[in-house]
Write a protein that binds this ligand. Structure first.
Ligand SMILES: Nc1ncnc2c1ncn2[C@@H]1O[C@H](COP(=O)(O)OP(=O)(O)O)[C@@H](O)[C@H]1O
Ligand SMILES: [Mg+2]
Length: 374
């Protein structure tokens, strides 16, 4: 009887070891009580350059979770308590600098003992790829902002020029009145107005610097109304210069979205400026650009930029989002391609459709910031 049982155990053990030896991941089984290694697969041994059976699990090449990280203390576990999960996480190996995904489970080993069965998968390459992708995302996003600013440069120059010429006017006015013998007190209102204009110019410059600053994409809870306010502050002077009425229509009680504020402002800016361009030849009463924000279902907010411009030809619609596609003489054709990658980075969708009233509607969605429930 005993012999038969041992043979069955031996067969089961062999089969298990054969499977584990075939894995790329390092696998070990160690006595839950004292950490003595009972089994180590080929990958585990290759990592340590030795047959590690009989060693004690401590300070090996494969990183191990600290005792405090365990869900339960493996040393006190009896046969009745297993199987149970002990650890699941990513750990660095300080000596080699490599990263491992480590999973440890307490289970009954083939000889009846309670063991910690661990699997460590080297994820260094995956982590590095993710890091490269993150850095690239940061670079793309910055380049995108610089391109947007480049396209907007003449408009911004105009915007800054306005407070500057106002300041010049107030100062000249003061100088003329001083020359005519005016009291210092009489100059006060003009001086105050000049100061206010200087502050306005400062605010414009700060906004530009904030926009192009080198920064990592950072997603957090942001209010859609705040995004639209900030973005449209860049273009309202341009709008009035072109005789375009800007209508902002944000549904009350809209939930916050999970987004990078500056990146989404950039999308809004690009879409709004495209809308302006499309209305270049529109009749006066049609020069209206509407930005509308609505909830879509419980998990999305949809933002629509609606113009009454020349619309889009059927055959162009497909190519719109490709880089360098432009029908404008001074266009770069980067705007929509940037917008689409930003929205996709936010797990949203950017789409275009004709406006039934004439013109075009661009819509994009953003995920609602889910509030963690107790
Ligand atoms: N609101 C719009 N109405 C009509 N056509 C548009 C609109 N937005 C974009 N387009 C078309 O898509 C093209 C690409 O836009 P975009 O990528 O922003 O580059 P650019 O503005 O530099 O041309 C534009 O040249 C234009 O032909
Ligand atoms: Mg554009």
């Amino acid at each position: 009887m005993t012999g038969e049982a041992t043979e069955t155990d031996g067969g089961a053990r062999e089969r298990l070891e054969a499977v584990l030896n075939g894995l790329d991941a390092a696998v070990y089984a160690a006595d839950a009580r004292d950490g003595e290694i009972l089994f180590a697969n080929r990958a585990f041994q290759a990592l340590h350059g030795a047959d590690t059976v009989g060693w004690v699990l401590r300070d090996l090449v494969v990183p191990l979770p600290e005792r405090g990280d365990y869900r339960v203390d493996p040393r006190g576990l009896g046969v009745a308590d297993v199987p149970c999960e002990l650890f699941d996480g990513e750990l660095p190996q300080p000596r080699t600098g490599r990263w491992y995904h480590v999973r440890e489970q307490a289970m009954r080993w083939v000889d009846g003992r309670v063991v910690r069965l661990g699997i460590a998968t080297d994820i260094t390459d995956r982590k590095e790829t993710a890091e490269i992708a993150r850095r690239q995302e940061e670079r793309i996003s910055r380049t995108a902002r610089l391109i947007t600013m480049g396209e907007m440069a003449s408009m911004l120059a105009h915007e800054i020029n306005q407070p500057l010429s106002a300041i010049a006017n107030y100062c000249n006015g003061c100088a003329a009145r001083m020359q005519a013998g005016a009291e210092a007190r009489d100059l006060l209102p003009a001086m105050r107005k000049a100061a206010a204009q200087a502050e306005r110019a400062g605010r414009i410059i700060r906004r530009i610097r904030e926009f192009v600053k080198k920064r990592e994409p950072r997603r957090g809870a942001v209010s859609v109304a705040a995004i639209l306010d900030d973005a449209l502050a860049f273009v309202d002077i341009d709008a009035s210069r072109r005789g375009i009425r800007l209508v902002v229509d944000v549904a009350p009680g809209l939930p916050a979205v999970r987004a990078d504020r500056i990146m989404i402002e950039q999308v809004v800016l690009n879409l709004v400026r495209n809308g302006f361009d499309a209305m270049r030849d529109a009749a006066g009463d049609e020069r209206v650009l509407t930005v509308r924000a609505r909830a879509r279902g419980g998990h999305l907010v949809e933002i629509a930029v609606i113009d009454r411009g020349h619309g889009i030809d059927e055959e162009d619609r497909e190519r719109l989002f490709q880089p360098f596609f432009t029908t404008r003489e001074d266009g770069m054709g980067m705007g929509l391609s940037i917008c689409r990658s930003i929205i996709e980075f936010h797990d949203g969708r950017l789409a275009v459709e004709p406006n039934p009233e004439g013109g075009t509607i661009f819509t994009f969605t953003l995920p609602v910031e889910e509030v963690a429930r107790e």
